[in-house]
Design a protein around this ligand. Structure first.
Ligand SMILES: *[C@@H]1O[C@H](CO)[C@@H](O)[C@H](O)[C@H]1NC(C)=O
Length: 383
């Protein structure tokens, strides 16, 4: 994390006129690096003066208002309890064992989709987790060091917002016991979103979800999806609901992320989504990693897949290219694709190449050899 200080602010501090500034000195936070791949060019709040919220209300207000903003998180924002609790019925589709998640009967999900599951008469959960904080266009949200934590509530970029950077924060503890307890990061109808060096952990439902509307150009980089949990849909300490990319016209660059202790849907791809999964570290996973549904176009290159029983779930209904012959990329990407490294895992293989034409003319992330992937650099507190 780097900060630059205006000469005027530094001079004022040196001259002792500190009282002119609400904080010790006015600071401009700098985004570290720049988005690579599809969201290249995103500027977020640009050079707006930085604000440093101190309460959950202030954070919500800065994220949701109409001004371009650079918002610095220098502490933990704990939303648990801020909206009270809710009690509802639910179900236990995966059993009632202590390591199993149970599901809230949200929108009659249990009634409609799990009619045979044992019912749970009463689930009390934290209401703040249900719906993430609305993030408006032209925002940069950056954590300072390893201080920027949002607990108990996620972030929501919906209804056509664009130009947002979220960097170096940790979103955690969103009703992890309960399916439908809340998502960490929701993008559903957006453009030019960059999620970088973000960690998500202990989430009820989806760690990152790109919903049905077109989310256009998205880059998710250097982030950590930490699926370790006490309650899982597979009852084994690994979270099932990892990454869900099913927008109607989405281009997602997924680069340099560490996606571990999951048991499914990490990612699930469908809708009409072009996914470039490059230089990620996947694993361990107790079940499957990729789901390639109808409408998914997935190029996976330069990834490490380590201790993943089923790297891709059967059947592959969309298109998947695992870069076994890298030269097939050269016409559309302008370079050869890089081989994945698959160890102590099942087979990871897909030979569809027709969709590579979709990459032509787009901003395409570079790829290093899988041997250069370093999972310890992903997540928050690392820049
Ligand atoms: C991929 O290309 C096909 C065929 O040109 C097009 O219909 C589809 O919308 C493209 N999808 C994405 C996500 O780029």
């Amino acid at each position: 994390m780097q900060f630059t200080f205006s000469t005027a602010a530094v001079a004022a501090v040196l001259l002792g006129s500190v009282s002119a500034f609400p904080r010790p000195f006015a600071r401009r936070a700098a985004v570290s690096g720049a988005a690579e791949g599809f969201a290249q060019g995103v500027t977020g709040g640009g050079d707006a003066a930085a604000v440093t919220p101190t309460t959950t209300d202030e954070l919500v207000s800065y994220l949701g208002d109409d001004s371009p903003r650079v918002i610095i998180l220098d502490r933990e924002f704990d939303f648990t309890g801020t909206e009270g609790t809710e009690t509802s019925s639910g179900c236990a589709p995966w059993g009632t064992g202590s390591a199993c998640q149970i599901a809230i009967n949200k929108n009659d999900w249990c009634t409609n989709y799990q009619p045979d599951a044992p019912t749970v008469s009463s689930i009390t959960y934290d209401k703040a987790g249900e719906l993430g904080i609305t993030v408006a266009s032209d925002k940069t949200l950056i954590g300072e060091g390893s201080n920027g934590v949002i607990k108990g509530k996620g972030l929501r970029m919906v209804n056509g917002v664009s130009n947002i950077i979220i960097q170096n924060i940790h979103v955690t503890e969103i009703n992890p016991q309960y399916v439908w307890g809340g998502d960490a990061i929701t993008i559903d109808g957006a453009d030019q979103i960059w999620i970088d060096h973000v960690k998500t952990s202990r989430i009820g439902r989806q760690h990152i979800v790109l919903g049905e509307d077109a989310s256009n150009r998205v880059t998710i980089s250097n982030s950590e999806i930490d699926g370790q949990t006490d309650w899982s849909a597979t009852c084994d300490g690994n979270h099932y609901w990892g990454l869900y990319f099913t927008g109607s016209n989405d281009m997602v660059t997924l680069k340099g992320n560490y996606i571990h202790h999951t048991s499914g849907r990490s990612p699930k791809v469908g809708g009409n989504t072009l996914l470039h999964a490059v230089n990620n570290y996947f694993g361990p996973s107790s079940d499957h990693q990729f789901e390639v549904g109808s409408g998914a176009y997935v190029l996976a290159e330069g990834n490490v897949i380590e201790s993943v029983g089923t790297p891709v779930q059967d059947p592959v209904e969309g298109q998947l290219f695992t870069a076994d012959d890298g030269s097939a990329c050269s016409a559309s990407l302008g370079r050869n694709c890089v081989a994945n490294s698959v160890t102590n895992s099942g087979t990871f293989s897909g030979a569809n190449t027709d969709f590579l034409a979709n990459f032509s003319g787009k901003n395409i992330a570079s790829a290093e050899a899988a041997s250069a992937v370093d999972s310890s650099q992903a997540g928050f507190g690392k820049i």
